[in-house]
Design a protein around this ligand. Structure first.
Ligand code: BG6
Length: 459
């Protein structure tokens, strides 16, 4: 795998929402850190001029990003070129080739709908904008089931090798996700207890206190399971449960990921609950009788020696009481009640809060000061920090520019991800209504109740 830095960044979808809200802010930060040195070339069909796209980038960074930093914004603006054209028109790619000038190793970022991937990669190839050192970054969704993921992959592989494809899942770029892996394997004391002998269950909650926020049409065709569980939260399961990877060899990291995914049992409809918040069907872009879920909970089992029989409960949803993502690794109860005044024997746990802050905490029972042998639950916070100084996009695009694929989803991982959920896609189980601001439909407690109950994230 080449580790030579890309020397130009081509942004397809330069006038789109993602570029506006996230990517120009990221580009400015990459210039600041010296990771991006070559020019940025925007491509889109908007009828805008180069100056208008630059103004829009400035506005996006001001409104959604971390504010314009004039010195580095200037680096971007001075080198920026814009190609306005149709992705089906060879002239667009000829103009891009010209704009690339002497750049030898462009990285193409496809911030466009997947239906356009084939058109764009073929156009790039025909105009000689792809060589051995070219990299292509693609955005989720990577298909909507296993067959479509395979078809999409086929399209990309017609002109690119797997080592050139960077599939972005921004959860892998989060400091908190990487911290799970680091904490597990940079310490010796976790490993002996990180298994079925000591862990009773794992809970992952990704709660969002807002609804679909103007993304009704996208969301209605997607639903919660495909939007965040099949990809983001399964990646978290990967880092929580995989065997030790050998970090310097990036392919071996992804080998461990896929090995774990292959051991995950295909989820049964009996281990799945869906909910829809009341009022969802009135959202713009949502079908009036939509059965798309805005809440999903699943129980996952891993059939290997380390995890056999340990249920992993995952729930995610829109319009829940808080915005927070948390993992709670629950240990078995102590085998005996030793102290007569002890309440029901408690679970101990390790808690990883991903957002709104980053925390790693150990939950335990400690004795209350005084004569009697009675205790109370207490937490030891090992890490307590503001979220990512470097945003996930900054981290990941920086890695892609430098040719590092460790934190990008490899095709076999993507296909296993779809295999795991293949029996619960669509209307596999009924969708239950829930009131906005609650923890989802009541039915979840009948079907999927972790021992000790669901724990709301501690925020
Ligand atoms: C996106 C989903 O991929 O992730 C959104 O499409 C979701 O629906 C978002 O809100 C959550 O990301 P984060 O980083 O805010 O947890």
């Amino acid at each position: 795998m080449s580790t030579l830095k890309s020397d130009a960044l081509v942004l397809f979808g330069a006038t789109g929402d993602l570029a506006h809200k996230k990517l120009f802010d990221t580009i400015q930060a990459l210039y600041r850190r010296g990771v991006l040195e070559g020019p940025v070339i925007g491509v889109a069909k908007s009828g805008m001029t180069r100056e208008q796209v630059i103004d829009r980038a400035r506005e996006g960074i001001t409104t959604y990003g971390r504010g314009v930093d004039e010195e580095n914004f200037k680096k971007f603006a001075d080198g920026f070129q814009y190609v306005d054209g149709d992705y089906g028109d060879p002239a667009t790619f000829d103009a891009l080739k010209k704009a690339l000038g002497s750049a030898q190793r462009p990285i193409h970022y496809l911030a466009i709908p997947p239906v356009l991937f084939g058109r764009v990669t073929k156009g790039l190839k025909a105009a000689d904008c792809i060589n051995d050192d070219t990299r292509v970054v693609v955005e989720k969704p990577f298909g909507h089931d296993k067959a479509s993921a395979e078809a999409l992959n086929h399209i990309l592989h017609e002109v690119l090798e797997e080592r050139q494809v960077f599939r972005i899942d921004h959860y892998l770029g989060k400091e908190a996700t990487q911290n799970v892996l680091y904490t597990r394997f940079a310490n010796a004391f976790f490993e002996p207890v990180w298994n079925r002998n000591h862990i009773s269950n794992i809970q992952i909650t990704m709660a969002e206190s807002f609804g679909v926020d103007g993304r009704g049409a996208f969301y209605d065709a997607t639903g919660c399971l495909r939007d965040v569980i099949e990809n983001h939260l399964m990646q978290v399961v990967g880092f929580l449960c995989m065997e030790p990877p050998f970090w310097p060899d990036k392919e071996r990291v992804r080998d461990e990921q896929v090995k774990l995914f292959r051991s995950i049992r295909t989820i049964s409809p009996n281990d799945f609950v869906r909910g829809q918040f009341e009022g969802y069907q009135q959202e713009p872009g949502v079908a009036p009788n939509s059965t798309t879920e805005t809440y999903a909970a699943v129980r996952v089992f891993i059939d290997n020696w380390r995890w056999q029989g340990v249920p992993i409960y995952i729930r995610a949803g829109k319009n829940l009481p808080v915005s927070a993502t948390e993992v709670r690794v629950q240990f078995h109860r102590p085998p005996l009640v030793v102290f007569p005044d002890q309440q029901a024997p408690m679970h101990n746990y390790v808690r990883f809060l991903f957002s709104p802050r980053i925390e790693i905490a150990l939950g335990m029972q400690v004795k209350i000061d005084g004569e009697r042998m009675v205790g109370e639950p207490m937490e030891l916070k090992v890490v307590d920090q503001q979220p990512d100084e470097m945003t996930p996009y900054e981290r990941l695009i920086g890695d892609a520019i430098q040719g590092d694929q460790a934190l990008f989803a490899r095709q076999d991982v993507v296909e296993e991800g779809w295999r795991i959920v293949q029996n619960i896609l669509g209307n596999a189980v009924p969708v239950h209504p829930y009131k906005p601001g609650t923890w989802g439909p009541e039915e979840v407690n009948d079907v999927l109740l972790p021992s000790g109950g669901w724990h709301p994230p501690r925020v």
